[in-house]
Write a protein that binds this ligand. Structure first.
Ligand code: NAP
Length: 259
């Protein structure tokens, strides 16, 4: 399917690997020129080079922490008026409700709520002026079904979801669509980190932790970054123009809910 995106431009945050990279690759395949971001220059430059070579699009990169004001300014300076914005950042660490202090919540809120909100605030006016724009926020299935050990993530992402629910409906009349894409478990470094936590807590092997988690997913496997990226690219497509303010689960059926 031609997604109608050839020649568009996109900022894809936190995209040297994992789900962000999956989104970047799928957009590049659709002909979108990219600005990629991650904190570590080496792997980021390598990813940018590989994507440019594979898909023949223009790929710039900015190594910085997207959860800081300076980092966001650097990324936006490279591409102040993107047609597409994909927000993403690392997820907060797991723990217990009794562990977390205000500073822990502040870090999670900055990374997973205020950063995407501030990026949207920066790019939405240009999208509205041009009468076309797409924003996809990578959040989590924990928005629909809380993951108890990820209380910091549950809290911050719920805040972002509330913001998007209202804002998406204010900008849709200008041809600007904001949606959230909610990953369940995917085979990325984040999944390895989460499984490692289970290994440590329960004294089992990585293989056992993975098998145990897979058994809880109707698809009986972890998702891939490629599948996730393809869904993101579709949400950015011309064909998805009537999808507004939605929270799309990409979880192999993991969230057990009728709606
Ligand atoms: P990942 O494989 O660990 O990749 C994270 C990417 O983000 C890397 O490119 C990393 O590069 C970059 N990054 C992290 N923090 C950053 C920051 N502050 N500024 C800029 N770049 C940053 O993680 P993932 O699995 O793709 O997860 C992406 C998001 O989806 C996370 O928020 C995660 O919590 C959420 N999620 C993932 C899953 C899953 O199963 N994978 C499930 C639910 C939710 P650098 O380290 O070099 O910065």
């Amino acid at each position: 399917m031609d997604l109608g995106l050839r020649g568009k431009t996109a900022i894809v945050c936190a995209s040297s690997k994992g789900l962000g990279r999956g989104c970047a690759e799928a957009l590049a395949e659709a002909g979108v020129d990219l600005v990629l971001n991650a904190r570590t220059e080496g792997p980021l430059a390598e990813t940018a080079g590989q994507i440019a070579e594979t898909y023949g699009v223009n790929v710039q990169h900015v190594a910085c922490d997207i959860t800081t004001e300076e980092g966001r300014a650097e990324v936006l300076a490279k591409l102040p008026n993107p047609d597409i914005l994909v927000t993403n950042a690392g997820g907060p660490p797991p723990g217990m409700w009794s562990d977390w202090e205000i500073a822990d919540f502040e870090a999670a809120l900055h990374a997973n709520m205020l950063t995407p909100i501030m990026l949207m605030k920066a790019v939405l006016p240009g999208m509205i002026d041009r009468g076309w724009g797409r924003v996809v926020n990578i959040t989590s299935q924990s928005v629909k079904a809380p993951i108890p050990v990820l209380g910091l993530s549950n809290s911050a992402r719920a805040g972002l979801t509330g913001y998007v629910a209202g804002t998406a409906r204010q900008v849709a009349q200008h041809g600007v669509n904001i949606n959230n894409l909610l990953p369940g478990i995917h085979a990325t470094d984040r999944a390895i980190a989460l499984d490692s936590g289970v290994v440590k807590a329960e004294g089992i092997t990585m293989e056992e932790a993975k098998t145990r988690r897979e058994a809880t997913i109707p698809a009986r496997r972890y998702g891939t970054s490629e599948e996730f990226g393809a869904t993101c690219a579709f949400l950015c497509s011309q064909q998805a123009a009537f999808i507004v303010g939605q929270n799309i689960l990409h979880d192999g059926g993991g969230v057990n809910a009728t709606i």
